[in-house]
Write a protein that binds this ligand. Sequence first.
Ligand code: ATP
Length: 360
Amino acid sequence: MPDIRLSHITRSFGAFKAVDDITTVFPEGTVTCLLGPSGCGKTTLMRMIAGLETPTTGSINFGDRDVTQLAAGQRDVAMVFQYPVMYSTCSVIENIELPLRRDRSLSAAECRRRADEVLEVLQLGADRHAHIRDLDIGTRQKVAVGRAIARRCDVILFDEPTTNVEVHAKLALIRAFKEFRARLRQTVIYVTHDQTEAMTLADQIALMQSGRISQCAAPHVMYDKPESRFGGWFLGNPGMNFLAPRNREGATLRFDVLPGALALPAATTGEVSLGIRPEHVDVLPAPTAETVPARILRSSITIGGQNLLSLVVGETRLKAKTAPGIPPEDGATVFVRCPLEHAVFFVDGLRLPEAVQRAG
Ligand code: ATP
């Protein structure tokens, strides 16, 4: 399977750059999720990789093959769209087999073998002879996935395939996707605006913002060490807290949420903020050496049963996610601890690569 190499890819619509000078490599045999807010350029980038859109400038390579000027049909790419495009009066097995039959190099027996394989991997055996028109959208989308993987193309592109699928069918589709990944190692680009899906499926997430890739990394790296405040904010529900220092004298910083002071690396200039995820903020009923007192402004219960607390410490507001249970009452005093090992420091919006130590 080839890797996908993008070199200075730009796509302009008039003066507007939907994709703006992207250079990156999506490694062979891996799943890359293009993730980002609406309008950041995910679909435009994917359409250029598919050959459905021509870059204004730049080049696209599949391995050593420059495909920039090749039409979609010449690229050996399979696609799965938001709405499955199917032969609605044909059966499931026919929908998977028919595109294979167009490939004259494949015998009828090989077409059947591949179709049987994907039916098994995607657990569609029971629907083998069902008509597409009689299936719900989730199962139809599974068939679309099966049809794409049966072709054994070098590259498979998924454009938000679960958007129109209800939540239980979506989980089944994601399970099926993981199962097929365990067996077949095609290079996959998967567009989604659903961060849970990206965290579950991706080998690496390419997080997009305003036509650019702001960070491309494994999901846990993206989550734990966002390169920018944008990454910290976009991933997580809710995203990271960003806390401004209470005061700064030279390289010494004090934050409302931390007892004592911190020492910035020498020569750090710019606006500093401390990022910490709500689930890493400990909320305790009694003080310890590492806590500061805080007041509960509001509490609510999240999907999954955790408590989401809005707190105030001095002038600083922050959110904390705590284990299921009865939350402290609004207005109550609690004690918060922000462990430094989970804190990420940003300077002018970008992550500070060096560690920040306690002063003194
Ligand atoms: P969404 O998640 O909402 O689908 P996206 O990240 O996939 O968004 P794109 O569909 O790639 O974003 O669009 C990126 C930007 O380019 C948007 O502002 C969109 O309006 C613009 N755009 C896309 N296609 C065209 C076009 N054919 N003509 C003009 N503008 C376009």
